[in-house]
Ligand binder design. Sequence first.
Ligand SMILES: [Zn+2]
Length: 252
Amino acid sequence: MRPYVLAEATWKFIRETRFDVAVLPWGATEAHNYHLPYGTDTIECDRLGERAVGAAWERGAKVVLLPTIPFGVQTGQLDIPFCLNLNPSTQAAILHDLVRSLEMHAVRRLVILNGHGGNDFRQMIRELQPKTSIFLCQVNWYAAVNARDFFDEPGDHGGDLETSVMLHLAPELVGPLSDAGPGDVRKPRVRAMREGWAWAPRRWTQVTSDTGVGNPRAATEEKGARYAAALTAALADFFVELAAMDPKSPYE
Ligand SMILES: [Zn+2]
């Protein structure tokens, strides 16, 4: 039993333990080019979450990893088979119920560990925060360290970054790179959207032909290992600091 993984902990242990931080990983179930599994975002959240929370626990922080929610926002992928969508309003309802459950206990800080680009919990947190005494925050694991220090072209989805991470975390689930499409992306016709200062959600089948965004061909296990180690350390530091922070006084 890893005491910091709720799914492995017993009532006997939980009853006697006070946790300062709960971490809720939130993934997705969706196509990832031809070579990565549908569970990619969920597997990454699971395993990176276990490593980061484990490292924080070893340093004495009372952090607990909740089970990963495997469904994300897929409103741009509904025409791709088995991309399983939760609307943001459904996610908000789930988050609300889980926060209510945690309020009953001593946990006073909740981190959503997000692993899917289509998920965004910030507006939900803005709405929920005034209604709860639990300090709420989110972190996208892929933003914890600068990916460009590790990858020439990280890619958004099923590219070098994600393929390298999966080669490190779950190599048995990665298909041959010779099966992978190039992950080419079509550019918006409108300049403001090309430049990124105007935004609209992307309809995936219009943007890419293989569901990938970013070329995975340069991916290696070694790059994935170095990147995963760095971001795990950054997340562990975050959890340790957050556990020590008074949630009523988050500013210096
Ligand atoms: Zn992904």
